[in-house]
Structures are given as C-alpha cells and as structure tokens.
Design a protein around this ligand. Structure first.
Ligand code: PXG
Length: 466
C-alpha cells in the first residue's frame, strides 16, 4: 500500500490525491490538471504547505478555527477523553460527562431561554435536525399542516439534502433535487440588489418579503423562518440596519419559529459570543458548529428554547446521529470554550482587534477595483466592481474577477476566499494587529495585481445592475 508522509515530494502527494480523493465543491478534472496545494502544518494564523511556504490564513480554515491553530490543550483534552471513554452514545437512556457538561455550558452561554442542546456532528446535520424538529414541534401541538419552512436565496445552511434545501444556493438545488415544503425569499444584499432604494428602505422592503411570503402560503401553514445573522458563504452580506427588527416583528406577529443559523457567526465571530447579540435577534433555535470546537473536532448542534424543548420532550423524537454529542468532540469543545473565556478572546476581538481590522479593511475602499466594504467583528467582504459609483457588476461572468483576485491572494501567500465577485475574510479570532497589517498589505497587493490582469484581458467592462 502507498503510504506517503508530509515529507513526500509534492508531486507524489498531488498524484495520489488526484487518483483517489474526491474534493468538495470542486471540479475534479480541473484540480487534477492543476494539483491541490498540500497543507502540512499550522500554527496560530499561519499554514505551511508541502513546499515550505508560510501562508496567512485569513479564512480560519473554513470560518472555523476561531482559537487559531496549534493549541496543545485541545489535543491533550482529546487524548485524555479517548483514553477514558473514546465513544459512547446518548440514545437509549444513557449519557456521558462531556456531553452533559457541554450542554449545560452552552445553556449558560446562550442568551435568553435557549437552554437545551441537541447535538450533531456538523452544521448541516444540525440544520437537518432543525427541519425535523420544527415540523415535529407543530405536529405535537396539533398543527401538522404547519410545516412550511422559509429560508433565503443565497443563504447557506449546509450540504446534506435537508440543509441544502433550506439554503438558497441555486447551483446546489440543481443537483439531486430538494426537500418539499421549503420556500425562499430574496436576500438583503443592498449592493447587488438594492436598485435605487436607500439601504434603510431596502432593508425594510426585504424583511417585508417574509410577511408577503407568509401571507401567500397562509400563516397557519408556516412553521419557521431560518436565516444566518450575517450571510457567510453567500459573501458576508450584512443586512441594512432596518432589516432584523422588522424580521423580528414579523415572526412575533405570525407566531412562527425563528431559527438563527450561528454556524459561522457563533463563538465570537461577530464580536460577541453569538451573532444574535450583535444584531439584536431573539430566535427559538440556534444552529451551532465550527467555532464551537474551533474546528479541532467535528461537532454541531441546535440550542433550543424552553418551550420548543418542552413540546419536543412530550413525544419521542425519532432522530439522532451515531456521533451526536461525541465525547471526544464534546471534551475538545469544552476545552476550546474554557480557553476562549479565560483568555478573554471575544473581549479582545470586540474591544481591540475587530475595530482595528475594520479600520484597516475599510482603507481598501479607495482601491479602484473595490466598491462596497462590509465588516462585522472578524468577518468582512469587499465587492469587486468595474464602476463603484454605479454599483456595477462586471460584464464578464460573475466570479471571473473574484477568481482572478483569489488566485493572486494565493500567489501572495494569503488565503482569502471569493464568492462570486466578493472577496471575503474570516481570520482566526486571535489574529494580532501586526498580522492584520500583513493581511491588508497582501490583500492590497493582490487587488493591484488582479486589477492589472483584468485591464490586460479587457475584463474591466461594466455590465448592467439587476
Ligand atoms: N450553516 C452555515 C451558516 C454555514 O456556514 C453550515 C451551516 C454547514 O455546516 P457543516 O459543518 O455541515 O459544513 C455552514 C457551513 C464556504 C463554506 O466555502 C462555508 C461552509 C461550509 C463549507 C464551505 O464558504 N459553511
């Protein structure tokens, strides 16, 4: 059997990878042609690849390594737990100490009466739980026809069939079908879709799309609305200030359940423990994953309010995963939360590094390729445009400019993602001011280089705004 190591030559690693490893959200043949970049080590905010390059990870992996790479305490917590109890389930009237401690810890941390936790292995699984839980809730209350869930176009809730259907990524819907009984309303993306409205007018109008949809479906048929406090994978779309208060009014008025998907926003990303605190939202259920364990172990869950938990508790909820509340993942999550609290990581983000990052990130607004700059806490985005004054998209296919810019970032040893023609960042929460300076320098250099390439290729032509 071939068994390569991190010291094997890059081409060999790439060849074996291409032969057998199918990558998520990737065109396999293109990647085979190019060869995957092999990441071998990481420390703090820095990755090392098989060629020895040091790369600044301004995405915290996939928006998840909030505490930064290389924390030995987390490895030790995993090793201790593996020795003591590597696995047990919580299905048949059993429990275990890491699971119960983590549930209690999350109940203490979550705002209001969000006091009960159903564990999953990922954010997608947790949203599948939510889909089944809200329908089961209404059925248990004698309203089985109240089963429609409303999500948002360009929202992201995961990649399993249920979570993908709740999300509004049309490219995903097009592959393999969707779950029935899920509707979508348009997103609050003022830059791309705001037309001639002010951001405030647009925020209200987009929130009222929810009311329109509820009335169209029939209020007695709608079970829940699901949304990310700030859309992450959709391109770090921050709703105008008027949006969330109006959404809250509508869900309250029609008595539907609100699910806040905190998979990215949770655990400090927005400058508070949860995005709902930053944005003033009162959900019945929160989806969590990613930052819960800082990505050191796969774990997710749903934090549920007292009333929903009581109703679900009145029936047998026929749902669960082999790895719901996995003891090793729970022990690592507990250690992650302990360190984040003891080191005051979220306080430092809120009071020091996020304001510094905001200032530096917003300085990119003067770049000729940049239109809107949005940032909340430690998640931000730049809308690339050939004509900022008119908020124009490129005439070229969406994502062409973004891809070129991302390639320049990669070449400059900066990991920054593109979503269409938006460039996004979500660095580890422990990023220092010095590292923020490096991030901004490399981003500006990459923007300059992308701008030159776009000009050379005649791609700076503006298309028409929708
Ligand atoms: N909800 C939200 C808000 C997410 O961002 C999920 C649910 C699903 O979580 P899991 O753990 O099942 O992946 C996510 C995941 C990207 C990217 O390219 C974003 C995610 C996952 C993979 C890629 O931006 N978010």
């Amino acid at each position: 059997m071939t068994n390569l190591t991190t010291n094997s030559p890059t081409e060999e690693l790439q060849r074996l990878d291409a032969a057998h490893h199918m990558h998520p959200f990737t065109c396999g043949s293109e990647l085979t042609e190019k060869g995957a970049r092999v990441i071998t080590r990481a420390e703090g905010c820095w990755l090392t690849d098989s060629e020895g390059n040091r790369i600044l990870d301004a995405m915290a992996g996939l928006w998840c390594v909030n505490i930064g790479y290389g924390r030995k305490e987390l490895a030790e917590a995993a090793a201790r737990q593996m020795e003591e109890l590597p696995y047990y389930n919580t299905f048949f009237q059993t429990t275990h100490v890491p699971g119960l401690n983590l549930a209690a810890k999350l109940a203490e941390m979550a705002p209001g009466d969000l006091n009960h936790v159903f564990f999953a292995g990922s954010g997608s699984e947790a949203n599948d739980t939510n889909l089944r839980m809200v329908r089961t809730y209404w059925a248990a209350k004698g309203q089985p026809d109240r089963n429609v869930i409303i999500g948002r176009w360009n929202g992201y809730h995961g990649s399993t069939l249920g979570a993908m259907s709740l999300g509004g990524m049309t490219g995903m819907h097009a592959q393999g079908g969707v779950v029935q009984g899920i509707e979508h309303i348009p997103q609050p993306n003022w830059w791309a879709e705001g037309g001639d409205m002010s951001p405030e007018e647009f925020g209200l109008a987009r929130a009222q799309e929810l009311e329109k949809k509820i009335l169209e479906i029939g209020a007695d048929k709608v079970a829940a609305f699901i949304a990310e406090p700030v859309q992450g994978a959709g391109g770090v779309i921050v709703a105008p200030d008027t949006y969330w208060a109006e959404i809250q009014r509508i869900v309250d008025q029609y008595g539907i359940l609100l699910i806040a998907d905190e998979v990215i926003c949770g655990f400090g990303r927005t400058g508070n423990w949860f995005g709902i605190e930053t944005l003033g939202i009162r959900p019945h259920i929160m989806t969590i994953a990613k930052g819960l364990s800082s990505g050191y172990q796969p774990i997710g869950g749903s934090i549920v309010c007292d009333e929903v938990a009581e109703v679900i508790g009145s029936v047998e909820f026929n749902h669960g995963y082999t790895y719901s509340g996995h003891p090793v993942a729970a022990a690592v999550a507990l250690e992650n939360l302990r360190i984040m609290e003891e080191e005051g990581i979220v306080d430092t983000v809120r009071d020091e590094t996020a304001p510094y990052l905001k200032d530096r990130f917003e300085s990119l607004a003067d770049h000729p390729l940049v239109g809107e700059v949005k940032i909340v806490g430690m998640m931000g985005s730049l809308a690339l445009t050939p004509d900022a004054a008119n908020r124009a998209p490129f005439k070229a296919d969406a994502g062409t400019a973004g891809f070129i810019c991302r390639e320049r970032c990669f070449a400059n040893n900066l990991i920054m993602r593109h979503v269409g023609d938006r460039m996004v960042i979500s660095p580890p929460l422990v990023i220092s001011k010095e590292e923020i300076d490096t991030l901004i320098e490399r981003a500006r250099k990459s923007l300059d280089e992308a701008h030159e390439i776009l000009k050379e290729k005649g791609l700076m032509e503006a298309g028409s705004r929708t």
